[in-house]
Write a protein that binds this ligand. Structure first.
Ligand code: MN
Length: 212
């Protein structure tokens, strides 16, 4: 018995509908950010925590109206467990992509002017974000974000929180969940944030800012 054309079409549609959200690989080797973020931390952080959020999200959205949406649209239109897993999936891709083993340590002119206007200097911005990261109680994220006019804001968000839901464009994400630093820094969250700046690639942040 042959496969009828109708069955072939049905199978194709089903394959597309179940593709859902896929894992984004790291843009560098697991040991590329040592000694500031170890290969062990990145294996757990990317392959277990981040991949776990994606797997859980796909389980939750399978067969729902979210199943065919891009990840960012799921973040913007969901709540509860679907929001938590979608936002964590989005936040982690954004987080991993901002690092480089050969980073640029300073923003270019346009972003630097915005930083100077809002905070006075790059050093003050780093100090303030570090303070936010060390004083955020429990798990969450500290963000640098911009509004549509390019004005900058430092925002602390608990759990899976993201500036996307405030209609702001994220620029920098500091993950202050313990899984982001505990293997390398134990309870020394502040040290992990001080080292964060050594691998943050301002070329990536410039590109994000220039897209506003
Ligand atoms: Mn994390």
């Amino acid at each position: 018995m042959g496969v009828s054309p109708i069955n072939t079409v049905t199978m194709t549609i089903k394959t597309i509908a179940t593709a859902l959200i896929s894992i984004v690989e790291l843009p560098y080797a697991y040991d590329a950010l040592e000694p500031y973020i170890s290969a062990e931390t990145l294996h757990f952080h990317h392959d277990k925590h981040y991949a776990g959020y994606v797997a859980k999200l796909n389980e939750l959205i399978d067969g729902t109206r979210y199943a065919t949406l891009p990840l960012e649209d799921i973040v913007l239109t969901s709540d509860g467990a679907i929001f938590n897993n979608a936002a964590q999936a989005w936040n982690h891709v954004f987080y991993f992509e901002q690092f480089s083993p050969t980073p640029h340590h300073h923003p270019s002119d346009g972003l630097r002017r915005a930083i100077d206007a809002e905070f006075g200097s790059l050093e003050v911005l780093k100090e303030r974000m570090t303070t936010h990261a060390t004083t955020l109680f429990g798990s969450g994220w500290v963000w640098l974000a911009a509004d549509r006019d390019g004005r900058l804001f430092i925002i602390s968000k608990p759990n899976a929180g993201t500036p996307l839901t405030d209609d702001l464009m994220p620029l920098i994400a500091i993950d202050v969940w313990e899984h982001a630093y505990y293997l390398d820094y134990r309870n020394m969250r502040k040290n992990s944030v001080e080292d964060f700046w050594k691998i943050l690639d301002w070329r990536v942040i410039d590109e994000r800012y220039n897209r506003i």
